[in-house]
Design a protein around this ligand. Structure first.
Ligand code: GSH
Length: 218
């Protein structure tokens, strides 16, 4: 039995849900909301000592960090989304790192300042926002070039690196960041968002988050 802890608004949690769905793994969805401190109680910290979502429990084995969880799941299922060949695997890891270390951090800056800070009443840091946007202007062309070579990030095979990038880009519309000027990113993203593993989570991430935010404000 798999238990996934987190809430759907978090793209790190969605990343794990996409992977679980892709691998056709059933799971119990344990709603854990950081805005209500549910990530800091002793029960959750025993699953995820860092207090971040997602956390996962699989037949008593506990794990945290979305990329580590996805690697574990894909390896366990011996899925092709985790390449067997050492060089393909290394290339996939390089793209996963690039997305998590660079692209995600830039997205996080924009998301914090355009969505989170206004929502929780924190000061908007205009300089951090500017830096985040300027980083994205550097990183999107890199991704665009890579996706012009193959159907997917690593090769013509779909891998965990694609799941990582897909989830990290989920907030784009919400944070008013457009990839429309990058035709290969836009096409790759459209294709994946139409697939069952994505649609099983929701039809539209932006609408889903906006509904949650509206419900909170009401
Ligand atoms: N590197 C972590 C990041 C997880 C993360 O930042 N989760 C956020 C939600 S997206 C969280 O738990 N925030 C609540 C907090 O830090 O208290 C992963 O990939 O799992």
């Amino acid at each position: 039995m798999i238990k996934l802890y987190g809430m759907g608004v978090s793209y790190n949690v969605e990343k794990v849900r996409y992977c679980l769905n892709y691998l056709n793994l059933e799971y119990d969805w344990v709603q854990t909301n950081p805005l209500q401190g549910e990530n800091q109680n002793a029960e959750y910290l025993a699953i995820c000592p860092t207090g971040k979502i997602p956390g996962i429990e699989i037949d008593g084995f506990r794990l945290f960090e979305s990329n580590a969880i996805n690697r574990y799941l894909a390896r366990k299922e011996r899925s092709s989304i985790y390449p067997q060949d050492n060089k393909s695997l290394a290339t996939m890891e390089a793209w996963m790192d690039y997305v998590s270390i660079h692209v995600a951090q830039a997205i996080n800056r924009v998301m914090f300042n355009r969505v989170m800070a206004p929502m929780v009443g924190e000061k908007v840091d205009q300089e951090s926002l500017r830096v985040g946007l300027s980083f994205l202007d550097k990183y999107f062309p890199v991704l665009e070039k890579q996706l012009s070579k193959n159907n997917f990030l690593v090769s013509n095979e779909f891998t965990l690196a694609d799941i990582n990038l897909l989830a990290v880009l989920d907030p784009c519309e919400l944070i008013q960041v457009s990839v429309a000027q990058y035709p290969n990113i836009a096409k790759w993203r459209r294709g994946l968002k139409n697939q069952a593993f994505y649609q099983k989570c929701y039809k539209d991430y932006t609408q889903f988050v906006q509904e949650i935010m509206a419900a909170k404000a009401a």
